[in-house]
Structures are given as structure tokens and as C-alpha cells.
Design a protein around this ligand. Structure first.
Ligand code: GLU
Length: 310
């Protein structure tokens, strides 16, 4: 199996093609700031939003916040291989919508985002990491589900995605979830999309391939070892934007994935605080600025979803 390096190479070539194409057009931006499906660069770019740590923060009754305050740092669970969402580039810089939401929340908690301790935690290990106190919160395409609420709690939603399919550019045989029979379909262990493929029997059990991460699925798609990658459209559009000549998103979403901030189950004070912080970002334009400068570059537009407090 080829690794993510191959994807990076494709990306570099795509970026090169973009910069060559840009030559001679004086007003062409060097980034793909215009959105659309322009190739995304492997090099991290931020939205430009600034996150100044709040002072004098107190959250009465939050045991998690007590630890954050006394340690002067916050431990945040993230993804690292999801372009424009939770991404780490080759220089080690992190960027993306989820990363900036995590940084914004740290600043609201009074912590300088530069002091965040990031922990890369794959889909299957999120509840365990939160329950075990390994992280203070998780921001990484984490769908709010009743089953997960048995173990942890969620603030949000702060974004709504839908399950979709990523296929090779020249494959016209897969046009939606009902065209997957006999096709090899790849997704991540412990995710809602892989569960849905199984529950709805969208392909045969022996045609379901799983890895810890979606980038492993993408490498397998490019290597023709699987026929489709399935997960949230927001994630898939990021991969397609990195390699637009090799892959495309089918564009027929078949679920509603509400992204929440994963929090310790019994810390309602922290959950209320995070919901208030999200609400403030919705109202003062911070959310929109982050979105437009990160996930919006994968080729979609969005506005903040209504919070579902509990
Ligand atoms: N949003 C889905 C989930 O939480 C898929 C993305 C992911 O695995 O992070 O399972």
C-alpha cells in the first residue's frame, strides 16, 4: 500500500500546476482564497482570525476547567490528516476549521492557543480518551450521537455535514449509496459512516475495508485497492480539493452529521460554557471568518447551525 506521501506528491504537483497557471495574471491570488474546487496546498494557511486569551475566566463547578487553569495548558484531541479540517502540514503546522475552533475555545478558556497540547486521536479512540481524562476536549469531525452520549457529552453542533462518497475521477459507475453493491468501500474504524454502510448493507460485508484514518482509505483509492471512500462530505471535499484531477466527491449526501465538541460527560458547567462561547462566535462573525478561511476552501459555503443545548 502506498502511503500518504503519494497524496502529498499529487498535492505538490497540483499546487505547482496552480502556481504555473497563476503566472502572468496579475490579480490572481496565490492561495485558493476564492473557494471553489481549486487545488488546496499542503502548506497550512489560517483564516487570519486572532484568538486573544480571555482574562479572569472562572467556570464554577467545572472540574475540567480547574485542571486547565492550574496547569496553564489545555489538552485537545484532534485529527491530523483531514485537509481544511484537522490537518498537520509537512512543516508540523496545524490548521483547519476544527483546529481553529479548538484554538478559539482555548482562548475563551483563558489559554493562549500556542500552549495547546494537541493529541492526535483517531475516530475509534475518542470516547476512551475523553472518559480516561487523556484530553480536556475533542474537536475533530465528531458526530453527536445518542450512543456516544452514553460515554461523553457534546457542545454544539458547530457544523453539519452529511455522509458521501469519494471515488476516482474516471469512475462513473458509483453515483450514490445505492450503487455500491459489489464495490470495495473504505472508511474509518469506529465512525458513524462505516456503521451506516454495515447497518444499511450498502455493500457486502467482505467488501468493507477499514483503517484507523481516512487518509489510509484515500491512498487505497488512488492505488485502486478500494473503489470508494465513505465519510462526511466535509472531509471528502478536502481530499478532492487536494487532488482534483484524481478524485471527485459524488455529491449525494445520505445522512446528517452534526459536529460536536467532545467533552467529559458529567461536566455540564464546561458544556454550558463552550456552548456560550460558540454562540458568541456565531454572533460576532468569528465562526464565519474561521469557516470561510478554512473549510470553505474545500468548495462549500455554510452558516452556523443552531445549538442544541441539553
Ligand atoms: N462524523 C463521523 C463520525 O463522527 C465521521 C468522521 C469521523 O470519523 O471523524 O464518526
Amino acid at each position: 500500500m502506498k502511503t500518504f506521501t503519494r497524496l502529498a506528491t499529487v498535492t505538490t504537483m497540483a499546487a505547482l500546476a496552480l502556481s504555473v497557471a497563476a503566472c502572468g495574471k496579475e490579480d490572481t491570488p496565490s492561495s485558493n482564497a476564492g473557494g471553489g474546487n481549486a487545488p488546496a496546498s499542503d502548506t497550512c494557511q489560517t483564516s487570519g482570525a486572532t484568538f486573544t486569551p480571555a482574562s479572569g475566566v472562572d467556570i464554577a463547578g467545572s472540574s475540567t476547567f480547574e485542571k486547565i487553569k492550574s496547569g496553564g495548558t489545555v489538552r485537545v484531541g484532534v485529527k491530523f490528516d483531514q485537509p481544511n479540517l484537522g490537518y498537520k502540514d509537512t512543516s508540523g503546522t496545524r490548521c483547519g476549521f476544527d483546529i481553529e475552533i479548538a484554538q478559539y475555545l482555548a482562548s475563551q478558556l483563558g489559554i493562549d492557543p500556542a500552549k495547546i497540547e494537541y493529541k492526535e486521536i483517531p475516530s475509534a479512540n475518542r470516547e476512551t480518551a475523553i472518559k480516561g481524562g487523556e484530553i480536556d476536549y475533542y474537536v475533530g469531525t465528531y458526530s453527536i450521537t445518542d450512543q456516544r452520549k452514553n460515554d461523553i457529552s457534546f457542545a454544539g453542533p458547530y457544523f453539519i455535514a452529511g455522509q458521501d462518497l469519494l471515488v476516482r475521477k474516471d469512475d462513473n459507475s458509483i453515483t450514490g449509496k445505492d450503487t455500491l453493491k459489489g464495490k470495495k468501500v473504505c472508511s474509518a474504524t469506529g465512525s458513524t459512516p462505516i456503521q451506516r454502510i454495515r447497518d444499511e448493507q450498502l455493500t457486502e460485508p467482505n467488501n468493507i475495508v477499514e483503517f484507523k484514518t481516512y487518509s489510509e482509505c484515500v491512498s487505497n483509492l488512488l492505488d485502486k485497492k478500494v473503489d470508494a471512500v465513505t465519510t462526511d462530505d466535509a472531509i471528502l471535499k478536502g481530499y478532492a480539493a487536494q487532488s482534483p484531477t484524481d478524485m471527485k466527491v459524488v455529491g449525494q449526501p445520505f445522512s446528517v452529521e452534526k459536529y460536536g465538541i467532545g467533552l467529559p460527560k458529567d461536566d455540564k458547567a464546561l458544556r454550558d460554557f463552550v456552548n456560550d462561547a460558540l454562540d458568541a462566535a456565531y454572533k460576532d462573525g468569528t465562526w464565519q471568518k474561521i469557516y470561510d478561511g478554512t473549510l470553505g476552501k474545500s468548495g462549500s459555503s455554510a452558516t452556523p447551525p443552531p445549538l442544541e443545548r441539553y
